[in-house]
Design a protein around this ligand. Structure first.
Ligand SMILES: Cc1cc2nc3c(=O)[nH]c(=O)nc-3n(C[C@H](O)[C@H](O)[C@H](O)COP(=O)(O)O)c2cc1C
Length: 398
């Protein structure tokens, strides 16, 4: 099994991630990890924080001479915007109350601020907002990059692209069995400041973001993340906790601000006939590059049936809600005075959908790596690859 946890506050010393379960013998590139971190920082409409940070991961454990050794892998990404005064780890004789520390007292609607402060009995909202901040996702992208490097050993590729920002949409038929098309869409998105595949729509989106910025408001949007060349048989129909679609939905929902997850055709399928939705099955003995010669002409299921991967591209679509910190703040109540007030203004993004799609790629890569470990086992890459090949061989005999 793959497991990872993160630690660290947004303006603390740094973000730490510990990832365990990666087999020994995987050659890891730190450059690749840092490239992924840079992808997470991009996007038109981001706040000033992203100009301050230049994220770079330092390895603490789990690697020798560039190869994993099977032990937990630990990384730290230091925060350039470390606010030392805010993060006085010891009290040095002074209680929090005795310092003239400025507290945050006006909880932002749409954030964990109020419910978190009540739940953990904290009189400064920073005790909540610093950890609930999406800065934490730096750790996920580091773990995700390790998993992407693992998946590439089996030729599995994970990508993404943005399909809407606010009301501006890209019309795109991405529900496909053609993995080259999905990779092409991902590569186009890589060239866009909004990770979109259509530069004319990108222009409209930029205009809309600029207008929103002037109104001191914020935006959300939608994106697609996918994986191609997946083996048949990840996940299982045999228990509710084993279903791959359920695990993917959980991992996507865990990303701050993600409010809906759809696999394949998603919610639209509820408005259609069965004959318009389900992907008919065909067979050709001439098919190359597939475990089995069964194939589909459509991929409305998004690569998963009955909680099991069916070998077609896995296609997931998510909605990110608008950023909750507004330049023109919403009404709230001061937690100390209990008087009506406006929410605290904290330096913030106007829109972060492109970054969110990169984080979603990481979460998908981590989820798939976990499934591959469950299905094929192996403490070393060599052993795992042998098991994987043997399975491909077995399925030919099916
Ligand atoms: C990449 C990314 C960047 C974000 N940037 C901000 C931000 O600058 N300001 C903000 O208020 N929320 C931001 N958010 C959203 C909040 O983290 C999120 O809405 C909040 O933690 C509440 O969680 P919930 O939306 O899942 O309920 C960002 C989220 C992501 C994924």
């Amino acid at each position: 099994m793959i497991n990872f946890i993160t630690a660290g506050e947004s303006h603390g010393k740094g973000i730490v991630v510990i990832l365990e379960g990666i087999p020994a013998g995987l050659k890891l590139s730190l450059d690749e990890i840092n490239k992924e971190l840079a992808r997470r920082q991009k996007g038109y409409g981001r706040g000033k924080r992203m100009e301050i940070e230049k994220d770079s991961a330092e390895i603490i454990s789990g690697l020798r001479f560039g190869e994993t050794i099977g032990s937990p892998i630990c990384f730290i990404v230091y925060n350039k915007d470390w606010r030392k005064n805010d993060f006085n780890f010891e009290n040095k004789g002074k209680t929090f109350q005795e310092t003239n520390f400025k507290r945050l007292l006006n909880p932002r609607p749409g954030h964990a601020d109020l419910a978190g402060a009540i739940k953990f009995f904290r009189s400064d909202l920073k005790d909540i907002s610093e950890r609930s901040s999406a800065r934490e996702t730096v750790g996920r992208v580091v773990a995700g990059s390790v998993c992407k490097q693992f998946l590439s050993q089996l030729n599995i590729f994970v990508g993404s692209f943005v399909t809407s920002i606010g009301k501006v949409k890209v019309n795109l038929d991405y529900l496909t069995t053609n993995y080259n098309l999905l990779i092409k869409l991902h590569n186009l998105a890589e060239k866009s400041v909004l990770r979109v595949t259509n530069m004319a729509v990108e222009k409209q989106m930029i205009k809309f973001i600029d207008e929103t910025m002037l109104k001191k408001d914020t935006l959300g949007g939608e994106f697609v993340t996918f994986s191609v060349k997946n083996p048949i048989g990840l996940g299982s129909h045999t228990q509710w906790t084993s279903r791959l679609d359920a695990k993917i939905a959980f991992s996507m929902m865990s990303i701050p601000a993600v409010k809906s997850v759809e696999i394949g055709m998603g919610k639209v399928c509820g408005t259609k006939f069965g004959s318009e939705v389900h992907d008919e099955i065909f067979y050709s003995s001439k098919l190359k590059g597939k475990n089995l010669k069964f194939y589909r002409k459509t991929n409305n299921a998004g690569g998963i049936e009955g909680g099991i991967s069916n070998g077609e591209p896995i296609i997931v679509r998510c909605t990110m809600k608008p950023i909750p910190t507004l330049g023109k703040p919403l009404k709230t109540v001061n937690i100390k005075t209990k008087k009506q007030n406006f929410a605290d203004i904290i330096r913030s993004d106007v829109v972060a959908v492109p970054a969110c799609s990169v984080i979603a790629e990481s979460m998908l890569a981590i989820t798939l790596t976990n499934e591959i470990k469950i299905k094929f086992g192996g403490d070393s890459i060599k052993e795992l690859k042998k098991n994987y090949k043997n399975y491909a061989y077995l399925t030919q005999k099916f």
